[in-house]
Design a binder for this molecule. Structure first.
Ligand code: C5P
Length: 247
């Protein structure tokens, strides 16, 4: 594993409704996390102003999680608009067509890293089957993830978003060719009583090869978000240290 500061792995999902709600979290967590993720709720309400806020006060990198999914021409143009915002990562869904992914990469023009969302971590086999997927794919989401990750790699995406349980398989296939960004992270000892289905602890995910961990509610809803972020970073550091010692 390449040795990086443990906090660089941690992406905080800024899932709040407004700049006013985001500002205190950004200020409090600046320097404690490696990246801030701006999602749909916040971007739809506040637009580029929230990107400017995070750039000014966040002191870290920015991930614009728009999960684009449209005809190739629209995705290409939207990606060009995202590239102008000078953010670090942006997402596009992998479930539609290779042409849409290629258009995303072309529109980004190398100015923002494009991540393909393979299968959402909130999705379970029953959902895939209800959506009409063939049993062999619905019953084993990993196979669908692999197929979509291959589409993303072929189209020139920089990375993928996947669940922790798929990391070992994906790293085996793609190595460092694709960055692996993993949501559905729940700190050791915490139970996901929410919509996430395919969850993993920070230590397990980093040990399995995750390049970035996306964590939202366990930090946002903690009594002390800074302390919650520190605890996750400590958990990650434990894995990196163990690796360095060859354990
Ligand atoms: O609160 P929680 O830690 O579950 O937040 C996860 C974040 O990661 C949310 O912002 C969600 O939109 C995002 N995400 C996800 N699953 C994906 C891609 C992104 O949960 N496959």
């Amino acid at each position: 594993m390449t040795r990086r500061p443990a906090k660089d792995y941690l992406v905080f999902a800024l899932d709040v409704p407004s700049v006013a709600a985001a500002a205190p979290l950004v200020e409090r967590l600046a320097g404690a996390v490696g990246m801030f993720k701006i999602g749909l709720e916040l971007f739809v309400r506040e637009g580029p102003a929230v990107v400017a806020l995070v750039r000014r006060h966040g002191g870290g990198r920015i991930f614009l999680d728009l999960k684009l999914h449209d005809i190739p021409a629209t995705v290409r143009r939207a990606m060009t608009a995202v590239a102008a915002l000078e953010v670090d990562f942006v997402t596009v869904h992998c479930g539609e067509s290779p042409a849409m992914l290629q258009a995303a990469v072309e529109g980004a023009g190398g100015r923002v890293k494009v991540l393909g969302v393979t299968v959402l971590t909130s999705v379970a086999s029953t959902d895939l089957s209800a959506a009409g997927l063939r049993p062999e794919l619905a019953e084993d989401p990993g196979r669908l993830v692999l197929r979509r990750a291959a589409m993303a790699a072929e189209a020139g995406c920089d990375g993928i978003v996947c669940a922790g349980h798929e990391l070992v398989m994906l790293k085996g296939h793609f190595g460092h060719r694709l960055l692996a960004v993993v949501p559905g992270i729940r700190p050791a000892g915490e139970v996901a009583g929410d919509d996430q289905r395919r969850v993993m602890s920070p230590a397990e995910a980093v040990a399995a090869g995750a390049d970035y961990l996306v964590v939202g509610r366990p930090i946002r809803d903690a009594a002390d978000p800074l302390q919650a972020a520190h605890r996750i970073v400590e958990e990650i550091a434990g894995v990196s240290d163990r690796d360095e010692m060859g354990i």
